[in-house]
Design a protein around this ligand. Structure first.
Ligand SMILES: [Zn+2]
Length: 212
């Protein structure tokens, strides 16, 4: 039930944080012990989602358990990522505006802010366009991702992930936030890259010494 509550909250925060409009995004969470994920039902209004309404799926087989609702159409991509990236416990997909603008022109979000070095430790890469058949999206994410917990899918949007639904949401929110800042910077000049060794310092501090 705890996972259902967390995933419910992450889904509701998608419109509240301005990352999605209408039904254009989804959040899931994974419990490695039971090998179950829970994900947003397809096409359901975010304000109608309850922990109980989330669709439970057995990750190894893809079997839907105990729900009459259909899962998000993006379920195959969530399944593929949980099966192929160890330690993943939360995934968010959005078409958030600034990040998706970069995806529309096939550009990565360059490493030009300390906030990008902190959270992502690399540029946020942009994978080339793929359709949403089968495992195309999942395979492109595996092929083009770097250590950043988010990737842009060309002409499409954002996938972000983490070790909980909450950390996946944070990666999705930060992706949009830094994409917006970089977009603004591009209006007044050429953003300056942060050298790799400098970026490493920020990443290390943030991941190993920051917080309580
Ligand atoms: Zn999408």
């Amino acid at each position: 039930m705890e996972l259902r509550k967390e995933v419910c909250k992450a889904n509701k925060l998608l419109p509240e944080t301005g990352l999605v409009t209408m039904h254009s995004g989804n959040a899931s969470g994974y419990d490695p012990e039971s090998q179950m994920l829970v994900i947003k039902p397809s096409g359901m209004d975010y304000d109608k989602i309850t922990p109980e309404s989330l669709v439970q799926v057995h990750v190894p087989t893809g079997e839907i358990l105990g729900s009459s609702l259909r899962p998000s159409v993006d379920l195959p991509h969530h399944l593929f990522l949980y099966r192929n990236i160890p330690g993943l416990k939360g995934i968010i997909h959005t078409h958030s505006n600034y990040a998706t603008a970069f995806a529309a022109v096939g550009k990565s979000v360059p490493l030009v802010l300390t906030a990008i070095a902190d959270e992502f430790g690399a540029e946020i890469p942009c994978a080339p366009y793929v359709d949403n058949e089968g495992e195309h999206i999942g395979e492109a994410i595996l092929k083009y991702r770097n250590r950043s917990p988010a990737i842009l899918m060309g002409n499409h949007g954002v996938f972000a992930w983490g070790d909980s639904p909450k950390s996946a949401l944070k990666a999705a929110v930060m992706t949009e936030d830094v994409a917006k800042t970089v977009w603004l910077a591009m209006q007044i000049g050429s953003p300056k890259p942060i050298p790799a060794e400098e970026a490493e310092k920020w990443y290390d501090r943030y991941h190993n010494r920051y917080g309580q």
